[in-house]
Design a protein around this ligand. Sequence first.
Ligand SMILES: NC(=O)c1ccc[n+]([C@@H]2O[C@H](COP(=O)([O-])OP(=O)(O)OC[C@H]3O[C@@H](n4cnc5c(N)ncnc54)[C@H](OP(=O)(O)O)[C@@H]3O)[C@@H](O)[C@H]2O)c1
Length: 156
Amino acid sequence: MTLAAIVAHDPNLVIGRKGELPWHYSKDLKYFKKVTMGHPIIMGRVVFEELNEKPLPGRENIVLSRSRNYEHVPTFNAIKGALDYVADEDIAFVIGGAEVYRQLMPKVERLFVTEIHEEYQGDTYFPEYRHEIGSIWRERKRDTHSELSFVVYERI
Ligand SMILES: NC(=O)c1ccc[n+]([C@@H]2O[C@H](COP(=O)([O-])OP(=O)(O)OC[C@H]3O[C@@H](n4cnc5c(N)ncnc54)[C@H](OP(=O)(O)O)[C@@H]3O)[C@@H](O)[C@H]2O)c1
């Protein structure tokens, strides 16, 4: 199984504000859907609440929580449970939020980044990885648009 992460961050690595995305870019939402469709997605309880506890269609939604146990989605109280659950998949996507990215980044082999070009106010950040580009991460693809860039990195 290849563990991938997908994230959109601004130039300061802001990813969230008050439990939500600080921005709305339909192009990024379409990209997220295209990349993750058909594959399991692993998320923290805060992200699942942001989805109003409705699983995203066409993907197995897996939630990490120590405080809740949802009946309609597989919920795990530790990372290991979630990773064991997807062990036989080709690829699984970590979709956030910050707390979950932080714990799983050391295991992530492919990183799908949407670079948001504009700066936003935020309170939630993606872990710093950019100093590792060239040593730990190799850029495989870059697709630049006016407001955002889609970048794919692979662990070297
Ligand atoms: N820009 C992006 O691409 C992007 C993507 C995703 C999210 N976001 C933003 O990120 C923010 C949310 O991030 P966040 O860090 O606050 O929350 P989060 O990572 O979504 O969820 C944190 C919760 O997940 C559970 N959890 C985390 N690690 C766990 C573990 N090892 N075992 C069991 N449960 C675990 C805990 O739930 P319990 O408290 O229930 O135990 C914890 O409180 C929002 O603003 C959201 O919009 C942005």
